[in-house]
Structures are given as C-alpha cells and as structure tokens.
Design a protein around this ligand. Structure first.
Ligand code: GFB
Length: 368
C-alpha cells in the first residue's frame, strides 16, 4: 500500500464541493483507488485522507499491471477492498487520442474490465467507475443529458477511447443487472488541477495553455499559439471538485444510470485562452493554428440530476486556473506523460463556502 497525496505550501487552497454533506462510509473501510498516480486518482486520495479514511489502498504499476486479470485478481484476493474507485487508464488530449488510438482502446478496455471483474469476484461492496463527457455523440444536443449516450456517431478524434469508456459503463450496468453488484458510473466533464499533464503532445487544452503562456512569459515572446479556431466550447471542472463528488456519489448514488458531473457552465477555447493569458502572461497576444483539429464543437453537461441529488461544484474557473498555475510553478513546471510520472505533492483543498463562477460569467453562460 502506498499513498500519493501530500502537501505543497506554495499552492493556494481552493474550496471544492459547494454543498454541505457528510460522509457516512466507515473511515476504517478498505478503499482502493485504481490509478492513484494520475490527476483524478491523486485528488481522490487527497479527499479520502482529508475525510479521515485510514485504509486507503493503492498499487504501483510495478506491483500489478491492471491490464492483467490474473495479477488484478491476486491483488484483490490479498487486499479485499470494500470500496473501489476505478480511475486508472490511458488518457490524453486531442492529439494523443488521434495519434495513439491503439493504446487508448486496448489499455482502457483491459484495465476497466479486469478491475470491475475482480471487484465482483472478490465481493467489493461498491464500485465507482468514471466515464468522460467526450464519449457522448459528437453532435449531441446541448446541454448533454445522461440519456443521450449511444444516440449518435462519436467524435472521430477520440472514438477508440470513447468505445472503451462506453464499454466500462456497460460493464458496470451488466454486473449490476446479472450479479446484483453495487457498481455505479459517473461522467465527468473536462478536468484540470494538481498533477495534471503539461506535456504539449499529450495534454488537454487547459494545462497546455498554462504551459504555452508560461513559456511565452519566460521567453518574453509576443504571442502564444492556440490550436484550432478557438470556437469549440468546453466545460471545465477542478479535479478537487470531482474528487469531492466521487466520495459524495460513493455515499449517496445507487442507480444503474450513469450521472453527469460538471459545472453546467462552458466557454469557448478562445475565451479560455484569454482567461489563462490574463492569469499567466497578459502581454502575449493569442494566435490560432488552424491546421490543428477543433474536435467536438461543444461539450456541456446537463448536471441537473447531480444538483437534484444535492451536489454542486465549489471552485470557480478563474480561482482554479490560478491555483493550477501555482501548482505548476511549485512543481518545477514540467511533468512527463500522465501514466508514468511521479505525482508531486498537492495541498488538500480547504472546505469553504461556494463562490460564484466569475470566469465563466464573463463568457456566455449556459444553464443546464
Ligand atoms: O482538451 P483537448 O485536447 O480535448 O482540446 P477535447 C480541447 C480543445 O482545445 C480542442 C483546443 O478544440 C483543441 O483544438 N486546443 C487549443 C488545444 N490549444 C490546444 C493545445 O495546446 N492543446 C490541446 N490539447 N488542445 C478530449 C478527448 O477532447 O477530451 C479525450 O480527446 C478526453 O478523449 C478529454 O476524454 C476530456 O475536449 O477535444
């Protein structure tokens, strides 16, 4: 067992989860976070520690290859986790998805199947699986409702990843229906935060823009380059909000249907670039590289089911980006690819009252 969470004094705290709720899972329960080194997994470990969980189970890749069913079964037999968060996988931005489709489909199909099956075989009490908003059809009506999954063609730049993730959701539903397993799924929107991947070839847009404006600042360059037209619209959730929501759902959600997790607010990539530029290096003008793909035109989740359940995000985009940039600076400003890098320490989020999403308010807000 190992722990991925730590502290970093320089990074300003952000306040996840605007709704008051109390954990009722036993704090001495055995909780397995599959994928604890990544952006999401490390945030869940931080959140579990902050809640007071004492038996957080993690496994290094050298100890168990999650694509290997026998190895995963053996690990489950030894550790017998009661609660399982499945957040392991091969992930990346639009370029990585387009150029490494075989890894994205194979790794994710295998990892999700082995962990879900082992959780069933070793009688885990509950499992939470995470999909992704990019697995909805490319031209979904907006905001995207949960029941729009599998209603149209996928975005070609990430179809192999999407197929693997859709299979993961169906796995949870199938094991629930056939074996009575308490397996649930959530569908997070685009994420960012501590332990993000800032490598320009494999990262998502938000960490990429932080790096690009930072590099422009260091070089005293006059511009930063943004891929595509700047017109696609995206919704961004701080990963500490997601981690708070994951624990909330592990406590409160019991349905077959997956549930969307987001802010219900989006902005264009051009607006995002302006916001990151204001925070990191306002002197840089923005140049668009039209040779790069735009991907899905818009991805805004309908989060009304989550709001009805009693959870809302707490970290506004502007504060979240400032905190992510501080983390980037405090941690050397460089990280290799998501799957292999060692996470640096990140400060656990403080619990404070909700703030208004000022950044998104500056853009066109879309209620869900
Ligand atoms: O975050 P991103 O790579 O992924 O790109 P998706 C979002 C948008 O930002 C696209 C633009 O329109 C990009 O063209 N963009 C602008 C940039 N500048 C940059 C840059 O420097 N780097 C990157 N990466 N994008 C992903 C999926 O789709 O969403 C994944 O490919 C994943 O499977 C993730 O699930 C959530 O939002 O388009």
């Amino acid at each position: 067992m190992a722990s991925a969470a730590g502290r970093s004094a320089e990074v300003p705290a952000v306040a996840p989860g605007a709704s008051a709720w109390a954990n009722t899972l036993p704090l001495d329960g055995r909780v397995y976070v599959a994928g604890h080194r990544g952006l999401v997994g490390s945030a869940i470990v931080r959140r579990l520690k902050a809640a007071g969980f004492t038996d957080i189970l993690t496994a290094e890749r050298a100890e168990v290859d999650l694509r290997d069913q026998v190895a995963v079964n053996n690990w489950f037999a030894r550790h017998r986790p009661q609660y399982v968060f499945v957040v392991a996988g091969t992930v990346g931005g639009i370029l990585a998805n387009s150029t490494r489709p075989a890894e994205f489909i194979y790794d994710n199909m295998m990892i999700h199947a082995t962990v879900v099956h082992a959780a069933y075989a070793h009688k885990a009490e509950k499992l939470l699986y995470l999909g992704s908003s990019c697995i909805y059809p490319r031209d979904c009506p907006q905001p995207i409702r949960e029941d729009f999954l599998l209603t149209g063609p996928l975005e070609p730049t990430n179809a192999p990843y999407a197929i693997a993730k859709i299979a993961g959701i169906q796995l949870c539903q199938a094991y629930r229906r056939q074996y009575g397993c308490n397996f649930i799924s959530a569908m997070p929107t685009n994420l960012y935060g501590p332990n993000d991947n800032f490598d320009l070839n494999s990262s998502h847009v938000l960490p990429a823009l932080i790096r690009k404006f930072h590099d422009a600042k260091i070089a005293r360059a006059g511009h930063a380059t943004v891929w595509g037209s700047g017109r696609p619209r995206r919704e961004f959730l701080h990963v500490d909000d997601l981690a708070d929501c994951c624990l909330f759902l592990m406590n409160r959600y019991e349905a077959d249907q997956h549930i969307n997790v987001g802010t219900g607010i989006d902005l264009s990539i051009g607006e995002l670039a302006q916001l990151v530029g204001r925070i990191v290096y306002p002197q840089a003008r923005i140049e668009f590289d039209a040779a790069k793909p735009d991907g899905t035109p818009r991805k805004l989740l309908d989060v009304s089911a989550l709001h009805r359940l009693g959870w809302r995000h707490g970290i506004d985009l502007e504060a979240g980006i400032a905190s992510a940039y501080a983390w980037f600076l405090a941690n050397g400003g460089a990280s290799p690819a998501t799957e292999t890098r060692k996470p640096a320490a990140a400060k656990p989020a403080a619990r404070k009252p909700a703030r208004r999403n000022t950044a998104a308010a500056a853009s066109e807000e879309t209620a869900s």
